[in-house]
Design a protein around this ligand. Sequence first.
Ligand code: ZN
Length: 400
Amino acid sequence: MNNSSPLGNRDLIRAINRSIILNTIKTYGPIDRAQVARVTGLSPATVTGITSELIETGLIFEKAPGDSRGGRPPILLAINPKGGYVIGIKLMEDHALGALTDLEATVIAKDQVLLPDQSATSVIRMLARLVEKLISKAGIGKKKLIGVGIGLAGIVDFERGLLRQSPFFGWRDLPISELLQPHVKVPIYLDNDVNTLSMAEQWFGAAQGIEDFLTLTVGRGIGLGIVANGRFYRGTGGGAGEFGHTLVDPDGPICDCGKRGCLETYVAYPGLLREAQLFNPNIKTIDELLDLNEKMDPDIKSVLGKAGDLLGRSVANLINLLNPKLIIVGGEGVRLGKNFFNPMQSAIQKYSVPEMFSDCQIRIEPWGDDAWARGAASLVLRQLFENPVHQSEFNFFQGS
Ligand SMILES: [Zn+2]
């Protein structure tokens, strides 16, 4: 569904202009029509035509008059956060988390479904049920839903809505968007979960206005989202950012990916557990490890310290390679706390080029369960505000 452009030239130009105007109002609003024309370079007539269309669809609205120095006060345009809603879903090994948000990514309703098994048929059925549950929980009309975004671990072909490889489900080349579409009847976007998290940061979070930043996630695995020159870097096949599978030791432990000694075999949850069990074989889960960490268990402190230091060395390599302005650290693993992250920060400082280290701010985000789902919702919002070709797919531009 994603790679065809059914628009003729005139329609395409109009869709591009609509996208530019919408994005301008999102970025600079509240803003009057004359300013929109100045910022975009479009003619006042074009701006007037397209903004009335956007008002009609409910996407923008006219705010109270702005300041004026004599004469009639200008009417200001702003995004109407309640003009439409999107759903973001984070699909995990045994359950899926969902959030329904408004156009500013504010969460209106949250819910989750458990996956009875890992067959594609039953996962698709449960995703469809989650969408239904969220719509009814939020109490919005079905027609107000403009799209569904799904984030999941693995290699994703974003353009085709295709999951190429999934570490948890063992699926290969599964067209998730195509399979789910008949059940939800709105555009569906699929991306790697770390990319969706980066998108939320870029559009609504700490990375607003920052052209070069990285999103690093710690938890069950290690993930990396790369934004360079303001754009997502996906690589040729959508696989860029598999930072967790960079090599630390070719003779190291076996990794999920089939190779040995990848970074995440040392610093993600399973690796941390393995190391902790060398000291204390009774530790069975990551929650038990976190408990002991809170009690300042010296063995756990040393395990986390070693892992944090190792991650920091690898992040220093990233800084030297990409010179980012900001690194946002998120994911369940932020709960590992200072025994992990202090050594990480020290190693980053020690091993990165000083000039590039001082360019780079490192920000460890507090963890909230809905961050992933909100990220997936941003996947749809970004399409709405940014991409004129994909905009043609949204229901309410087709007058329904
Ligand atoms: Zn690996």
